[in-house]
Design a protein around this ligand. Structure first.
Ligand code: THU
Length: 130
């Protein structure tokens, strides 16, 4: 887990968060042990901003990885508190990551809270509902 935290911390300065000044980084471990990272990328048209979790997930899908290739995700910030993924990210994580993937929330001291992806969004709308 320490390596995932280190990788996320390493890319945290890349966060493009000039409007909120709230830096977020995510690191996702694949089953082949590759680690893919992402940061939040904001926009003057605020609603177009992209969260770190989605940046990392979209990167790994762009590289050709898929849901079943993913093992776990860690998300961190510079804050004392643990981050709580936003609703949009929970919906995207539910579709693009396995239900039982672990979601690690790390604070600035490296303390970690872990929950399962499926527990982040109960009664989710999924492809099964279409
Ligand atoms: N943000 C994330 O990147 N991930 C989250 O889980 C919550 C919020 C970003 C969006 C925005 O750039 C900044 O944090 C403040 O909301």
């Amino acid at each position: 887990m320490k390596d995932l935290y280190t990788e996320a911390k390493n890319v945290l300065p890349n966060s493009y968060s000039r409007y909120s000044n709230f830096k977020v980084a995510a690191a996702i471990r694949m089953k082949n042990d590759a680690i893919i990272t992402g940061v939040n990328v904001e926009n003057a048209s605020y609603g177009l901003s992209n969260c770190a979790e989605r940046s990392a997930l979209f990167s790994l899908y762009s590289l050709g990885f898929r849901k079943d290739d993913i093992k776990e995700i860690l998300i961190t910030t510079e804050q004392d508190d643990f981050i709580s993924p936003c609703g949009a990210c929970r919906q995207v994580m539910r579709e693009l990551m396995p239900d039982d993937a672990q979601v690690h929330l790390a604070n600035n001291k490296g303390e970690i809270k872990t929950i399962l992806n499926k527990d982040l969004l109960p009664f989710a709308f999924t492809e099964d509902d279409l």
